[in-house]
Ligand binder design. Structure first.
Ligand SMILES: NC(=O)c1ccc[n+]([C@@H]2O[C@H](COP(=O)([O-])OP(=O)(O)OC[C@H]3O[C@@H](n4cnc5c(N)ncnc54)[C@H](OP(=O)(O)O)[C@@H]3O)[C@@H](O)[C@H]2O)c1
Length: 259
């Protein structure tokens, strides 16, 4: 009988995540249940935002905290291999929120949808720019940020999965885009590959607020915030009247014991 390898939570992290917080177990392959389907998972996500759900108490977020022994939560891209659910026929390629495991038994009730895959693209793109990450960037910037040509857009974690898409969408909308990130290599990549208008390495900035003021002499019209904390404070020191602030995430807070 085929088995199902899973990565489960061994210990709630205090601070940074370590390999010792995880365990690998081998469970039996799930058995098809009524109205369910079985997904063979090809790609698993490792989302920084999921760190907050590794706490026993995840606060008021939209997912409960993981308990010891629970599979690690993840976005997956997989293929339906058995089905008793007419909405998810065998061979469908599906994006779902489930767990770090080889096979998932699902009923389609949580975040789950069939992908209309372009065969010329690698499947993993649907776990990033063409998946929930790209949608987060797109709707955060367009619905909340409402970019207009000539706006100054400041993006934190600009070289990250969401941030780099926001930078590119901002440029396409005609904004002047400034990115904040954590290394010179990432600054070079933002400046040369994404061709944004300026980047700031917050780890080398003596006073981040002043560096933002220099990079954004007209002030900030849109701040796309992935980090919170000191970077949010520094951006607010330079914010314009009628600016839009997209509170996408709070990376600087996720490693605290509770949020
Ligand atoms: N991915 C999604 O689909 C999604 C959906 C909803 C919300 N979000 C939110 O969007 C934000 C970005 O997510 P992502 O998936 O794009 O992240 P990501 O690509 O995994 O970003 C990781 C980067 O975050 C920065 N970082 C890590 N720890 C930090 C800390 N303590 N303080 C400041 N920066 C830190 C580092 O970049 P630097 O070197 O630049 O500091 C790191 O390389 C998160 O707040 C997440 O909760 C994401």
């Amino acid at each position: 009988m085929q088995s199902n390898k899973k990565i489960v939570l061994k210990e709630h992290p205090k601070g940074a995540v370590q390999a010792s917080h995880f365990d690998q177990i081998t469970a039996p392959m799930p058995t098809l249940a009524s109205k369910h389907f079985i997904l063979r998972n090809h790609y698993l996500s490792m989302d920084s935002g999921f760190r907050q759900w590794m706490n026993a108490d995840a606060g008021d977020g939209y997912l409960p905290g993981m308990q010891i022994g629970d599979p690690i939560q993840s976005i997956v891209i997989g293929e339906v291999i058995e089905s008793d659910n007419s909405a998810y026929p065998v061979s469908s390629i599906v994006l779902a929120r489930t767990a770090w495991e080889q096979f998932s038994l699902l009923d389609g009730s949580d975040l789950c949808s069939i992908l209309n895959v372009d065969s010329e693209l690698e499947l993993y793109h649907y776990g990033g720019t063409l998946g929930t990450t790209g949608l987060t960037a797109y709707f955060g910037l367009n619905d909340i940020g409402q970019p207009k040509a000539g706006d100054t857009l400041l993006v934190s974690t600009a070289a990250g999965a969401v941030g780099n898409v926001v930078c590119q969408l901002g440029k396409a909308a005609g904004c002047r885009v400034i990115g904040i990130t954590g290394s010179q290599d990432k600054c070079r990549w933002l400046d040369s590959s994404l061709d944004i208008d300026g980047s700031i390495n917050y780890k080398e900035a003596q006073t981040l607020s002043e560096q933002i003021a220099q990079a954004c002499p007209q002030g900030i019209d849109i701040f796309f915030d992935n980090v919170g904390g000191a970077q949010l404070d520094a951006a607010l020191n330079n914010i314009n009247d009628n600016a839009r602030i997209v509170l996408c995430g709070a990376m600087s807070q996720y490693e605290s014991d509770s949020i």
